[in-house]
Design a protein around this ligand. Sequence first.
Ligand code: HXC
Ligand code: NAP
Length: 293
Amino acid sequence: MNLYTQPMLKEGALKDKVAVVTGGGSGLGKAMTKYFLQLGAKVVITSRNLEKLQATAKELEDETGGKVLCVACDVRNWEEVEAMKDAAVKEFGQIDILLNNAAGNFISPTERLTHSAFDSILDIVLKGTKNCTLSIGKYWIDNKIPGTVLNIVTTYAWTGSAYVVPSACAKAGVLAMTRSLAVEWAKYRIRFNAIAPGPFPTKGAWDRLLPGNLQEKFDMRKKVPLRRVGEHQELANLAAYLVSDYSAYMNGEVVTIDGGEWLQGAGEFNMLEEIPQEMWDMLEAMIKAKKSN
Ligand code: HXC
Ligand code: NAP
C-alpha cells in the first residue's frame, strides 16, 4: 500500500469549517471536496451544471456522512458569484475557505483561436478567480472573519506553454493575485496559497488536452522523473493541509506537486538521462583526456 494514496491529516482537521469549492462537481475539485468532508468540513460546490453537482453531492454525502450544498454558478458572472456567496452563508452561517479550482482549457495553435475563444478561458480562470476572491474576500473583511484562499494553478503559470496560451496567461494572473493579496490582505487575517499540480488524470482535462489517440502518443508519465502521474488523494492531502490551520504560517506560497515534471523540461542537460549507464566510463575517459590538452 502506497502511503500517498492514503488520507494524511488528523481526523477533524477541518471540523466546523465551511469551504466553497468552485468546479467541485468533477475531477480534482471533487477529490478535494471529498477529503474536506472526511475531515469534518461542510462544503459548497459550485459549477455551471447543477445536475452534475447534485449527483456528486449525493455520492459524497453517502460516502462521507458530510454535508454538501450545491449552487449553480458561472464564475464569470459577478451577480451569480454574489448569489452563490449569499446562499452559502445562508445555509451554513459562514464561509471560512475558498478553493478557486474551476477552470477552462483546451489545446489549440493560438492563431486558430477567435478573440472570444481566448476570452472564454481568461474569463473562467482569471476573471472567475477574481470574482470569487473579491466577493468572498469583501465578505470576510466586512465581517472580520479570518479566511483562507487556495488557488489551483499549473507549473506553466511561470514557464508559459505553447498551445495553451490563454490558460498560461490566466494562471499566471492567478499566481500574481495569490502573491499580491497574500501581502495586502494579511492584515485582515486572510491567507492565500496556491498549488501547481503536474499531470493528474481527470476526464475534464484529459479529454481537452489529450484528445483522440494523443494519450497513447504522448505518455504523460514519461515527462515525469518519477515516471508516474499524480494520485488524487495526494493532491487532496496537500490541499487540506493548505486550507487548514496546520498551515497557519504559510502565506503567498505556491506548492508544486508534479513529480519533478517542470524541472525535467527546464534543466539544460536533463536530456543526458538518455545516456546508458555503461557509456559513462567512456565519456568520463574522453573528458579527462581533454583536460591534459
Ligand atoms: C478552438 C475552441 C475550442 C477548440 C472551444 N473553442 N473549443 N476553439 N479549439 N478546441 C471556442 C468556441 O468555438 C467558442 O468560440 C469559444 O471557444 C467558447 O466556446 P464555448 O463552447 O461556447 O464556451 P463554453 O461553453 O463557455 O465552454 C468553455 C470551454 C469548455 C473552456 C470552451 O471547454 C469548458 O466548458 N471547459 C470547462 C472544463 C475544462 O476545460 N476542464 C479542463 C481544465 S484542465 P467563439 O468564437 O464561437 O466564441 C486544466 C489543466 C491545466 O486547466 C494544466 C494541465 C497540466
Ligand atoms: P475538470 O474536472 O474539467 O474541472 C474543471 C471544473 O471547472 C469543472 O467542474 C467545471 O464544471 C468547472 N467550471 C468550468 N467553467 C466554469 C465556469 N464558468 N463557472 C463555474 N465552474 C466552471 O478538470 P480538473 O482536471 O479537475 O481541473 C481542476 C483544476 O486543476 C483546474 O484549475 C485545472 O486548471 C487544474 N489542473 C489540473 C491538472 C490535471 O492534470 N488535471 C493539472 C494542472 C492543473 P462545469 O463544466 O459543470 O461548469
